[in-house]
Every structure is written in C-alpha cells, then in structure tokens.
Design a protein around this ligand. Structure first.
Ligand code: ADQ
Length: 490
C-alpha cells in the first residue's frame, strides 16, 4: 500500500459499469442530467473515501460528434466519463447478450429457447458484439488511466474488461465484482462461450461476489470447465500465471441516507399523510424493478391465496406494489408487464369494494423521499425474488423501520437471506402456500418477536454498509497486487 500513501491526494477509483449513474436528456445543444435509481448507484453513493470517476454508457444514442462532445463536458462535472455505443451494438450487446443470455442464465432461468437454430447464430453475433462493447469500455478507461489508479469493473456486462485492460498494462490494478448470483457450474456450463468468459474475467486481480456460495460456484466452474486449480483463496494457474483472488464481499446500503431522510419535515409530513390514508389497515409493501427474477406474479398469487383463505383479513390489509419498468425493449419484460397487470386486475376485481382495492400497484419509480416514507409506514415487506444477487430493498426497509419494527418476508433464494435470514421469515418464493402462510404469520407476529427480528437486522444493515463493502473490496484489491509483486521478487 505504501506506494499510494506517499501522496496525500486521495486514491483515484475508476468505477466502470455498464450504465453511468445519471440519465441524460438532450435539449438541442445542451444536456440535462439526472441521478438514476438502481442497486449499484445506491451502494456507491455511500462511498466517500476515494476520488471516484465513473466510466459507463450514458444510456442514450448520440450519433453526432457535436452531441458527443457536449455530453462529455456536461458529464465532467459529475465526474463521469461516457462510453459511446451505437444502436446496433446496444441492441446485440445490452438487450441481447447481457439481458437475454447472461442475466437469465445467472438467475437459473436457462438460455433463450425460441427458434433454436437462429438463436444459436444470433447468440454468436451477440457474443461478438459483447466483446466489441467491452473493448470500447477498455479504450475509454485506458484514455483516462493514471498510474496508481484502482479500477473496479462491475457486473456481468463487463466480463471481458479485465482481460482487455491487462492487455494495455499488466500492472493495472483490476478488480471485478458480480452483482448477480453466480450459478451452479451445472447451469453455467450450458453457455456456449463459457471458457472464454471465465478466462477473460480471471485476468482480474480480485474477483468478488455477494456470497460465499457464489464464489464457490465460480471456483467450481473454473476447475471443472478450465481444469484450473481452486484453492481456498482463489483460482491458480490461469493464462497470466498468477493467482486470482476470489472472495465474498456482501454489499450493503448507506443507512444514514435513510435516517437523514426520515428526519426531514417534508418526509415526516408524507408519513403522516400515508398513515391517514392507510388507517385501519396493515400495510404490506413490495418494491422491485419489474423483472422476472423478482417473482412479482408469484408474490401476487400468494397474496391472493392469503385473501382467499383469511376472510377476516380482507378489509384489514393492503399491498402496495411498486414496480419500475426496466429493459422495456426486451420481449420477456413486455410479457411480464401484462401478466402482472392481469393478476392485479383480477385480485382487485375479486376483493375490492366500491371505495377500496387490496392492491395499489404502481408501474413507476418513486422519488427517494416518498420511498423512505413508504418503507417507514410498512408493517410487512414482501421480497420474493426467484433469485437475486443480494436484494437491497430488504436492507432499505430495515433501515427505515426504527419505530415500527415491521416484519420482513424474504426469499431464501436472494443473497440477502444469508445476512438477514435470522431476522426474517424465510420463504421459497415458488411455494405459493408457503408465502401465503408467511404473510399470515407476519401479520400476527407478536411485538416482542418483531422487535427481536428487527434488532438483529438493524444491527446488520447499519454495520455492513456500502462504504464498508467498497473499502474492503478496494483495500483487498491493493493488497492482492502487493502479494503479486512480492511473488516476483522472491
Ligand atoms: P437490482 O436488481 O436493481 O440490483 P436491488 O438490490 O433490490 O435490485 O436494488 C434496487 C434499488 O433500486 C434499490 O435501491 C431500490 O430502492 C431502488 N428501486 C427499486 N424499485 C424502485 C422503485 N419502484 N422506485 C424507486 N426506487 C426503486 C442488482 C442485483 C441485486 C443486488 C444489487 C446490488 O440484482 O441482487 O442487490 O444489484 O448489488
């Protein structure tokens, strides 16, 4: 570490992720920028000890050079550096390989099945586009790289980035973190380009996952598919001839951001207003991106079963489900939207009255302060992901429950089950009866038990923060390099 400590300047952290943490809208020659919601953004907002630069795609197609230059300088103020991708690449790389191949596979949903032969062809095209896009990211990182910088690559979009960066300079400190699960090697091995992807990502110095299980799955994939040696600290003997550290770094949130929000007068006002609106009823809450992996239809079916079986609760409970549409260009996501609307319509038709409905479903994102108010008035949070790398919604709910001490129903297939499991009601989200029973149990839970669960979760959420996560990852990344340097000295 000494090398970086001599100068008093903060160490630069280049965070490379598919999307920049802003959404850009063009008004003629100028651009307006807005901070966008999402897991990674929420986590890194809490990190202040590094001088952070973001490198990523701005989420818009900017075909003209004038527009590109204008956006680049607008982004500079936000310490963001854009990667420009043309529409075809975005389609093949982002909608295609990332969201239609890797995302479902990593969440145990298999590979795209429709029209097998042409799918294979397009899978190859999409993989080529994926590499092209990763190459673009590498070029931009290289253009701003300074010695001493630490580079932290994020997620399944950028598995080739460690390889391409090391080709520029083998001494770059490169870490890679996966925000999704890494599946069992039995699932992963189906992927046609399984070996190339593993080899590329193994060029990193440190590879991180949310849970120990994901790390173990990854090491198994490397041993079984590449025939490498898995050790307790990582994977040995990859093409560069050195050890790649593999470890678990469970992400967290910035809990202070939530407690600060809750102490604001306007948020307190909002809480009062919601309490009046929901008076006489217990409030259940779901907050998800509208994504197959979040198990929203399964959650709704469980709630329906609960209402079916518990007549006495029908006018005493309501479910607020906030579902932000994402990836609206991908076919499965459009199908999911109509499926969810259909189920919500049926349940509200069956159990609604002239003045109320059991489900308040919103197809949009809530602003941060309203979201905090909603978390605070909730009695039971319902997280039923079919698979989820971690799931930060469960953490955010806990952070906002200081006075209420509400109950968390949590999918055992979300990474968060390994950290908040002891303070939650764990369910198999595929088992509708199980979830319906958990809802009843949660609504009836005695205060002493609620308090005990809440304290356990609150302790975890306030100590395992986003800041700790990033600090731990980056300092371990620095140490890994030192180790490698020592090895060559020996
Ligand atoms: P996501 O799949 O996006 O993240 P999650 O961890 O729950 O899932 O984070 C979602 C974030 O978006 C939260 O901060 C939440 O508040 C916000 N959000 C979601 N819906 C919203 C809405 N309707 N309105 C406003 N805000 C909303 C991915 C992985 C996760 C992993 C994270 C971080 O899929 O498993 O936990 O990355 O690594």
């Amino acid at each position: 570490n000494g090398m970086h400590m001599v100068c008093s300047e903060r160490q630069r952290l280049l965070v490379v992720a598919n999307r920049l943490p802003v959404s850009a809208t063009r008004n003629g020659d100028t651009w307006s920028l807005e901070l966008s919601a999402g897991g990674l953004v929420s986590a890194l907002l809490g990190v202040r000890q590094f001088e952070t630069r973001w490198i990523g795609w701005a989420g818009v197609n900017v075909p003209d050079e004038v527009g590109q230059v204008a956006l680049k300088s607008a982004l500079e103020e936000k310490r963001c550096v854009p990667v420009y991708l043309d529409e075809e690449t975005v389609h093949q790389y982002y909608n295609g390989y990332c969201n239609n191949v890797l995302w479902p596979l990593f969440h145990y949903l298999g590979l795209p099945q429709e029209d097998r032969l042409s799918a294979t062809r397009s899978l190859e095209d999409q993989f080529e586009a994926y590499k092209r896009a990763n190459r673009k990211f590498a070029e931009v990182v290289w253009s701003i790289y300074k010695e001493g910088d630490v580079i932290w690559c994020h997620d399944y979009h950028l598995m080739f980035l460690p390889k391409f960066l090391k080709e520029y300079n083998v001494n770059m400190k490169v870490g890679w973190f996966l925000h999704t699960p890494f599946p069992s090697s039995e699932i992963y091995r189906m992927l046609p380009s399984r070996s190339e992807l593993l080899k590329a990502v193994l060029c990193a110095d440190l590879i991180g996952f949310h849970t120990y299980d994901y790390a173990r799955h990854f090491v198994s994939a490397c041993t079984r598919i590449l025939g490498l040696e898995g050790t307790r600290s990582g994977v040995e003997d990859h093409p560069l001839g050195k050890l790649t550290r593999v470890a678990a770094f469970p992400i967290g949130i910035d809990p202070e951001r939530f407690s600060e929000a809750l102490s604001r007068p306007d948020v307190k006002g909002c809480i009062k207003e919601l309490q009046q609106k929901f008076a006489g009823r217990k409030v259940m809450l779901g907050v998800d991106r509208l994504d197959t992996i979040k198990g929203i239809p399964q959650k709704l079916l469980a709630f329906e079963k609960f209402l079916d079986e518990n007549v006495e609760w029908r006018d005493k409970v309501l479910l607020v489900q906030i579902a932000v549409p994402t990836r609206t260009d991908v076919h499965d996501y459009q199908r999911l939207t109509s499926q969810v609307h259909e189920i919500v319509g049926r349940i509200n038709g069956r159990f609604g009255t002239l003045t109320t409905v059991p489900i308040h479903h919103l197809d949009r994102s809530l602003d941060f302060h309203r979201l905090c108010a909603l978390y605070a008035v909730t009695d039971v949070a319902l997280v039923t992901s079919l698979r989820d790398g971690m799931n930060l919604v469960s953490y955010e709910f806990v952070a906002c429950q200081g006075s209420k001490k509400g109950v968390l129903i949590l999918s055992e297939l979300a990474g968060a089950a390994q950290s908040l499991g002891a303070g939650a009601i764990l369910v198999n989200p595929w088992n509708i009866s199980d979830v319906a029973a958990a809802i009843k149990y949660a609504l009836d839970m005695p205060e002493s038990e609620r308090e005990e669960c809440h304290l356990h979760n609150f302790e975890h959420v306030t100590t395992h923060t986003a800041q700790v996560w990033a600090e731990t990852f980056v300092s371990e990344l620095n140490d890994t390099i030192v180790e490698a340097e020592l090895r060559t000295l020996r």
